[in-house]
Ligand binder design. Structure first.
Ligand SMILES: Nc1ncnc2c1ncn2[C@@H]1O[C@H](COP(=O)(O)OP(=O)(O)OP(=O)(O)O)[C@@H](O)[C@H]1O
Length: 632
């Protein structure tokens, strides 16, 4: 754990070493040399001046002159080489730190962390601090080391001329250190406070530029409103930063004034002492250089110390992310999850998203038999999607148990469980990647299997759409990333994207459980019919859980379960539920009657596929006059 300051220093130093040992050593050695060079220059200058004043010959002056030249060269060259080594270290660090940060993010098997605002604040600061905290620490440590070398060299030099002056300068620097540390703590605190505003600023900026949002922003005239909201956030951040900057300016100004008074007093003393013959002219020059050098080194130490301190405080967010326990307990020795033989059982499952939220599932008992299709229906907010998220173990039940052939999902490896599930969610993703990649993401192990990608696309009815694209399966499906030569980008329709999401799930067709949460909500009637026929055909004897508001698409499920307010209120086959005349029958009849009333007179024209049994799926045919093959 890296809770303590020392712990964080250790983590940062270990990171630097792991990232690039050679660059770390080079940066350290160059730092030492760069720190020693100004001291050597000052000493050699004094020796040359004293030798000249004493009328020494070339034999004494030449080595001193050469030494002085080399020291001067080092003063000029070393900082550049040192900057290069530090940059090299910084680049390697960045790579390593991103790797560790996002590995840690991926370690959370569930969703709860990603729905927690404090986690996002920490993550944002972790992301930012991981950009620069370790190299600020390493560079800070090197700069402090370098400045300490310069400082001790000049302190020794100055001590030879005036021990009192050494004490005055060092004592004058102490309040500065204290003030800087206080300010760095304050700055870290302000950063934490303004992070939500910074995230909101990015959110509003994003809304103003995202193609998905551009339509509503223009239609509702939201441009100025969103811009103003964004600027409000920026102004809040600016105000908070300005307040800290003002306090910093005040404190640093006072400290600089104190330093100048001390330096001016020292200079006056040196001039008067030289005039009275107390010290040599060489002493005066080395004194002036030493006072400036000590003050510069002390300022560097104090400000680097404060900066490193601030970086450490910020780095705490990084270590908070990398040290965090997984959001769901992962068993050290998971029970193997065999292929589904009997079924999945939910026993008295209670769930709420957090203690502040209401119960979403209230004592659900359900058996999903292997090889059967179970449909979940119910009004908006009944808890259907929540239930399937629990089946995928994206959350754990708060009470009760879900078991897979008797194995509690909590005892299994989440990766193994998900390897056995194929799913299309209601809020499926559109990836700004090529069409092939959008499908292949369903099963990375089959990335090179083009036939499988094409078969999945065919099953989802999107193969023809893709082959008609400018570059077929290699077409980039994005309006924001694209080929530089083909700036237009390719945009798919909502239903076409949904079919791609289905194709992605079909890549996992051989898995044991298929979850389809509103898989056809965006499809036209013909496509929906095709997709559901395809689903029925390919579902075969596989286990599936289907959620749909279009009740006609679930009527042939082996079991239909009606959820209401987190409870199962009815279960049975379509015929049983219709005969029971309960909630399902009410919803089904409501939908049927809506469809029956809906068609415009010309829709009833012969050849348009007139009403059949009056069911919702039959009525859907009338929604699209061009429907050719609807009906089962
Ligand atoms: N991540 C979340 N955090 C807090 N509450 C949530 C979260 N997701 C869903 N809810 C709440 O849980 C309840 C059930 O949502 P759920 O999505 O499971 O319903 P649903 O039956 O699938 O609805 P729909 O038919 O509209 O898709 C809703 O009241 C919703 O506000």
């Amino acid at each position: 754990m890296a809770d303590s300051t020392l712990g964080r220093v250790r983590v940062a130093a270990a990171l630097a070493w792991a990232a690039h040992p050679a660059a770390t050593v080079a940066a350290a050695v160059l730092g030492v040399l760069a720190g020693a060079a100004p001291v050597a220059t000052a000493w050699l200058t004094k020796l040359v001046l004293d030798a000249l004043a004493m009328g020494e010959g070339a034999a004494a002056l030449v080595p001193l002159g050469v030494g002085l030249g080399l020291a001067g060269l080092a003063v000029i060259v070393l900082p550049h080489v040192s900057v290069y080594a530090q940059a090299q270290l910084r680049r390697s660090l960045r790579l390593l730190i991103y790797d560790r940060l996002f590995r840690a993010v991926n370690r959370h098997p569930g969703l709860s962390r990603f729905e927690n605002p404090a986690f996002h604040d920490t993550l944002r600061l972790a992301y930012e601090s991981s950009h620069n905290a370790p190299d600020r620490l390493v560079v800070g440590a090197l700069t402090i080391g370098q400045a300490l070398i310069t400082l001790s060299g000049f302190v020794v030099t100055l001590f030879a001329v005036s021990p009192v002056m050494v004490a005055v300068i060092v004592v004058a620097a102490l309040p500065s250190l204290r003030v800087q540390l206080m300010l760095s703590r304050e700055r870290a605190e302000v950063m934490w406070q303004i992070t939500p505003a910074m995230r909101r600023q990015v959110f509003f900026g994003d809304l103003l530029t995202r193609p998905e949002a551009a339509k509503e922003v223009r239609l509702f005239g939201l441009g100025d409103y969103l811009r103003t909201r964004m600027l409000d956030e920026v102004s809040g951040v600016n105000r908070a930063e300005r307040d800290v900057d003002r306090r910093t300016l005040r404190s640093q100004g006072m400290m600089a004034l104190l330093g100048s008074v001390v330096a001016a007093g020292g200079l006056l003393w040196a001039i008067l002492s030289a005039a009275s013959g107390g010290i040599s002219v060489g002493d005066v020059t080395v004194f002036v250089a030493a006072v400036a050098g000590v003050q510069m080194a002390l300022t560097a130490i104090v400000s680097q110390w404060a900066d490193a301190h601030n970086a450490l405080l910020m780095f705490g967010h990084y270590t908070a992310v990398t040290d965090a326990e997984p959001d769901l307990p992962v068993p050290a020795e998971p029970t193997p999850l065999p292929g589904l033989r009997d079924g999945i059982e939910l026993r008295d499952v209670w769930f709420r998203y957090s203690e502040e939220h209401p119960w979403i599932l209230r004592g659900v008992d359900l058996f999903i038999p292997s090889g059967r299709t179970v449909a979940l229906v119910g009004v908006n907010g009944a808890g259907k999607s929540t239930l399937v998220k629990l089946l995928c173990r994206l959350y754990d039940p708060v009470k009760g148990q879900i078991s897979w052939d008797g194995v509690d999902l909590r005892d299994a490896s989440p990766d193994e469980l998900r390897g056995r599930i194929g799913a299309v969610f209601q809020d499926y993703m559109d990836y700004d990647l090529t069409a092939a990649e959008n499908i292949m993401l369903g099963d990375l192990t089959a990335a090179a299997d083009h036939d499988r990608v094409h078969d999945s696309a065919r099953q989802a009815g999107v193969h023809e759409v893709i082959t008609a694209l400018p570059r077929g399966y290699d077409t980039m499906l994005s309006r924001v990333f694209g080929d530089r030569d083909d700036q237009a980008g390719v945009a798919l329709s909502g239903g076409q994207w949904q079919r791609l999401a289905l194709a992605r799930a079909f890549m996992r067709w051989r898995q044991d459980l298929l979850i389809l949460d509103e898989p056809s909500s965006g499809l036209d009637a013909e496509a929906e019919h095709e997709v559901h026929s395809s689903l029925r055909r390919y579902r075969g004897d596989r286990t599936s859980v289907l959620i749909s508001h279009r009740l006609g698409t679930v009527r042939d499920a082996d079991l239909i379960v009606v959820l209401s307010d987190g409870r199962i209120v009815e279960r049975g086959t379509h015929d049983e539920l219709m005969a029971a005349g309960g909630e399902y029958a009410r919803l089904f009849t409501l939908q049927s009657s809506g469809y029956e009333r809906g068609p415009a007179p010309e829709d009833d024209a012969p050849g348009d596929g007139g009403p059949g049994d009056g069911g919702p799926e039959d009525s859907l045919r009338t929604a699209t006059p061009s429907t050719r093959s609807a009906g089962r």
